[in-house]
Design a binder for this molecule. Structure first.
Ligand SMILES: [Zn+2]
Length: 107
């Protein structure tokens, strides 16, 4: 079972309380962008076996969105952080790198 700690209210919620929101840190493209940029934004998503950054909503709790770093193969959760964060916090990236030395890093 996947358990994530909501960084907004501090509750450790299991996946039945949460709503998945897909990949985190997407760069959005709209009017004025090229067809390739918009196509990538609309249809291309990472699907790694390993470290992944995702959006989650505490649907049956505080209702707020947050971001989580976890391993898609083992369900190990590395950490959660507020949705307003532009990229994974440096201390979280260091923690992931310590646990997964072969991880290529964010991006
Ligand atoms: Zn919450």
């Amino acid at each position: 079972m996947l358990i994530l700690e909501c960084p907004c209210c501090g509750v450790k919620a299991d996946e039945t309380e949460l709503q998945a929101g897909g990949e985190a840190h997407l760069k959005r493209y709209g009017p004025g962008s090229t067809d390739e940029e918009f196509d990538g934004y609309m249809f291309s998503r990472k699907n790694p076996k390993g470290v992944h950054f995702e959006r989650w909503r505490h649907a049956y709790g505080c209702g707020k969105w947050f971001l989580a770093a976890r391993c898609t193969a083992t369900l190990e959760v590395f950490g959660t952080y507020p949705a307003q964060t532009k990229e994974p916090p440096a201390d979280l990236q260091a923690k992931i790198k310590q646990k997964r030395p072969n991880w290529e890093g964010y991006k």
